[in-house]
Write a protein that binds this ligand. Sequence first.
Ligand SMILES: *[C@@H]1O[C@H](CO)[C@@H](O)[C@H](O)[C@H]1NC(C)=O
Ligand SMILES: *[C@@H]1O[C@H](CO)[C@@H](O)[C@H](O)[C@H]1NC(C)=O
Ligand SMILES: *[C@@H]1O[C@H](CO)[C@@H](O)[C@H](O)[C@H]1NC(C)=O
Length: 246
Amino acid sequence: MLVLACVAAAAHAAKLPSYLTPRCSRSLPTPALSACCEKLANQGVSSLAYGDKKLRIPSMRPLIVPHMSLSQGTQQIGLNLTWEPAEIWGLEDSRLYNMTMDWQNKKAVFDVVIPRFTLAGHYKSSGRVLLLPVNGEGPSNMTVYNLRVHYSYDWPIKKNPDGKEYVTITNSAISISGADGMKLDFQGMFNGDPLLGNQMNAFLNENWRELIREMGPGMAEATGQVTLLVMQGLTSHVPVSEMFDP
Ligand SMILES: *[C@@H]1O[C@H](CO)[C@@H](O)[C@H](O)[C@H]1NC(C)=O
Ligand SMILES: *[C@@H]1O[C@H](CO)[C@@H](O)[C@H](O)[C@H]1NC(C)=O
Ligand SMILES: *[C@@H]1O[C@H](CO)[C@@H](O)[C@H](O)[C@H]1NC(C)=O
């Protein structure tokens, strides 16, 4: 579970940042609205990744998460991994595809490709991979190439006390839909035993597909929370009337 600071409610309405303009018209038919929103999101993603103080979006180069943990309990892997802090690199190069922005039903669906997604930082682990106990701690780097993530969520509109309408994000569902490769380096495994540590790193690197399958839900949650933080920063500060043209 990833714990990030909650986005505070808007004190007053903010303007749509210029890197997310020109606005899309809400009257466009769904395919055209979807294409317009996808284009804007791709245009704005690297600016958003640098952070936006007005929207309370932190810088993501890297995104520093003070505490992050993945717990995995399956037949193959029973593992608790904790990073304090975790660094997430590579989000600024995210590209969105297959966007459906449905104004009538207030649903959004899209895919994201992150060419090089890195989770790094000081880790602690306890548990087992196959039958081997893997207790240890040290620097770590888990880099996934072309990480593909599928998102869907609802975005009902609510009126805030300021009398303006804002999008809220609900029912978000995020899953890892694929990757082209992964490279791992966990130092200090097995309480620092270098021989066992190297063997385990080699084993994990060889079995990266299996590992992504096992750890996918946890990674999806982590990337999903980050995306949600960005989207909520935007939707809780920028009213609907400012976000779309009529
Ligand atoms: C876009 O959708 C198509 C059809 O469902 C799928 O094959 C493709 O992988 C998707 N693209 C991404 C980047 O996920
Ligand atoms: C992982 O952590 C949880 C909660 O701290 C604990 O109940 C569980 O036994 C741990 N699992 C492993 C494999 O260490
Ligand atoms: C993580 O590993 C990748 C691939 O080996 C490397 O390119 C990258 O610089 C590393 N990042 C960090 C933060 O250690």
